[in-house]
Design a protein around this ligand. Structure first.
Ligand SMILES: Cc1ncc(COP(=O)(O)O)c(C=O)c1O
Length: 422
């Protein structure tokens, strides 16, 4: 029997169909392997930062030198919520260095924050005895990787931002509290902070208001800290979100230069941690051990915070300033454009005001010229109607070597001028 046209379940079709995140990861993987001439301004690949790579090489050789530790890491299945020693050390680190009131019962290790979010969204929301429960994204645009993670139709809902124009070429998205309504079907709120794709960081006031709203409605406030606090710490201002009971924070090892180990940590109330760990047993049995083994000794002191503040954050700040300068001079004043304020993460979020073609078409034209970007519509989901603004936006990653970023941005500006006929 041929399986060239297999029949899938509804959930199968939902997960196996094409999606923005799959297109992004296919483009990214191919650009970094079989098409090295492609200028990759697409995926959220962390940069190769020599000081950081040296730390992981050293840790790997320490592990190799200590044969017992390596054998244990390679040979053993851990419990599904993570290695007990790692959970203990992680809780100690968060309590000591961040002041969060946590124990190891608040720590779940997960095989990536991508899978942690998938499990959380479907644990908390979807069809239930009391009707459909939804995840609310209070500040679009939001991470492309969430868009296809719901197992039920209508499981996600979102609120458009207030667009604050700050001078000719800068915007900042603000939570529109006038439009934000926590109706009884809302199961949780979720924000990535810094936000992928925009580099936005919630203001302390927005964070407190969202936390208080969630608390007063007895729902979790989820914060995805993939780029932020406590590591890799790519937040340029002074705000550092603090976990409190009732909240769910996700922290990834990926942007510390370790996407290959596929490891993340969820900080949550013990009941959520237990549920996640039970789900992980069903889906994955256990987590990969190598990421936990590499990180473990660095949790004993403030080294991870210092790598963030002294190495990783300044690296991305310099890259961000460079990319902004290149793009500003390449676009000039003939094209109406604005960038989102660069408050963290690895991206420029470009708004090409009144772009006459959808950003998806611009993406195709740029790919033909060997520049990969991500069109903005993928970051707009959970809405009843399309959001035209997102079709005028692109996300641009600046983590690749500077000459690639420069060439890519200059070709982008040239293509935009062609489109506009200027
Ligand atoms: C906001 C956000 N959350 C989660 C992830 C997934 O990270 P991980 O590598 O831990 O799955 C990413 C990856 O780019 C991200 O940008």
């Amino acid at each position: 029997m041929s399986t060239s046209d297999p029949r899938f379940s509804d959930i199968g079709n939902r997960l196996a169909g094409p999606s923005g995140i799959q297109e992004l990861m296919d483009d990214l993987g191919e650009a970094l392997s079989v098409h090295p001439d492609m200028r990759m301004l697409g995926g959220g690949q962390p940069a190769a930062i020599p000081e950081v790579q040296a730390i992981w090489r050293q840790r790997m050789s320490d592990l190799l030198a200590d044969g017992t530790a390596l054998d244990k890491a390679l040979l053993n299945y851990d419990p599904p919520g993570g290695n007990p020693l790692f959970r203990e050390a992680m809780a100690g680190f968060l309590k000591r260095e961040c002041g969060w009131d946590v124990t190891r019962e608040n720590i779940a290790v997960m095989p990536s924050s991508q899978s942690a979010c998938f499990l959380l969204f479907n644990l908390l929301a979807g069809d239930s005895a009391t009707g459909k429960r939804r995840i609310l994204f209070p500040l679009l645009p939001e991470y492309i990787g969430y868009a296809n993670q719901a197992l039920c139709a209508g499981q996600f809902t979102a609120v458009l931002p207030r667009i604050e124009e700050r001078g000719e070429h800068e915007i900042k998205y603000r939570v529109d509290f006038d439009r934000l309504r926590i109706t009884p079907d809302i199961a949780a709120m979720c924000v990535s902070c810094p936000t992928n794709p925009t580099g936005n960081v919630l203001t302390p006031d927005e964070f407190s208001r969202l936390r208080d709203l969630a608390r007063s409605h007895h729902i979790p406030f989820m914060l995805d800290n993939a780029y932020g606090h406590p590591f890799p710490g790519v937040i340029h201002g002074g705000f550092r979100p603090a976990w409190e009971p009732g909240m769910i924070f996700s922290i990834s090892l990926s942007k510390l230069g370790l996407p290959g180990v596929r490891t993340a940590v969820v900080v949550a109330d013990p009941a959520i941690v237990k549920a996640l760990s039970n789900m992980n047993a069903i889906v994955s049995l256990a987590n990969g051990n190598i990421g936990q083994a590499l990180l473990l000794p660095l949790l004993a002191n403030n080294q991870l915070l210092k790598i963030g503040s002294d190495v990783i954050r300044p690296f991305y700040k310099q890259r961000s300033d460079f990319a902004k300068d290149v793009l500003s001079s390449a676009l000039g004043d003939q094209v109406p454009w604005a960038l989102h304020a660069q408050e963290g993460a690895f991206f420029l979020w470009l708004w090409l005001k009144n772009l006459p073609i959808p950003a998806a078409e611009l993406y195709r034209r740029l790919k033909a010229r060997k520049v990969l970007v991500i069109p903005g519509h993928y970051f707009s989901f959970g809405l009843d109607q399309p959001w035209k603004h997102a079709d005028e936006c692109l996300r641009l990653t600046y983590s690749q070597p500077q000459h690639i970023v420069q060439e890519g941005l200059e070709i982008l500006a040239d293509e935009v001028k062609r489109v506009l006929g200027v």
